[in-house]
Design a protein around this ligand. Structure first.
Ligand code: PNS
Length: 160
């Protein structure tokens, strides 16, 4: 039986930290679905379709094509998507204790809702300080975000 994992997130925009975690997940699981989900608690910068396109470009830029599928979900719970595609695992990247505190309640709720387990992966410590919100702020004030994001994202944000 092939093991499918979902890597969900806002990805607004995708960072090198996200790509690191996606690459690690792709080595562990047979199939990885990178899922862009709207987070109502966050004010969005990029439209969902743009985020999907940038992840697709970044995945290909990182040479990760093969078992990675990038899409979005807006019609219900994250676990509804997992059930629809037969995914038994959600993968999240953990940079610090703050992420553990943020992710743990969601992991338990997702398990209670549909029996979907969450696996936490540690990104390269070099990415520990990178977040989409920091990238959005630096980019909006005209700073250089190229150390933190895939080339496609840096190019896109530069032309905005
Ligand atoms: O990158 P983010 O914003 O931290 O990702 C959070 C996200 C989008 C994965 C989370 O908000 C989510 O799963 N939203 C979908 C709605 C849902 O299923 N909520 C219950 C999960 S506890």
């Amino acid at each position: 039986m092939s093991r499918i994992a979902v890597v969900p997130g806002s990805f607004d925009p995708v960072t090198l930290g996200h790509i690191d975690v996606i690459g690690r997940a792709a080595k562990i699981f047979d199939e990885v679905h990178v899922l862009v989900v709207h987070n109502p608690d966050k004010t969005a910068l990029l439209p969902i379709a743009q985020r999907v396109s940038l992840i697709q470009q970044a995945v290909s830029e990182a040479g990760l094509t093969g078992n990675i599928h990038v899409t979005s979900w807006s019609v219900g719970l994250l676990v509804d998507y997992c059930t629809e595609v037969g995914a038994s695992v959600i993968v999240k990247g953990i940079r610090s204790q703050v992420d553990v505190a943020y992710e743990t309640p969601m992991a338990i709720v997702n398990r209670n809702l549909a029996g979907v387990e969450t696996v936490f992966l540690l990104p390269d410590p070099g990415h520990a300080h990178v977040s989409s919100s920091l990238v959005r702020q630096v980019a909006s004030l005209g700073g250089d975000v190229s150390p933190y994001v895939p080339k496609a994202v840096a190019a896109f944000l530069q032309q905005e």
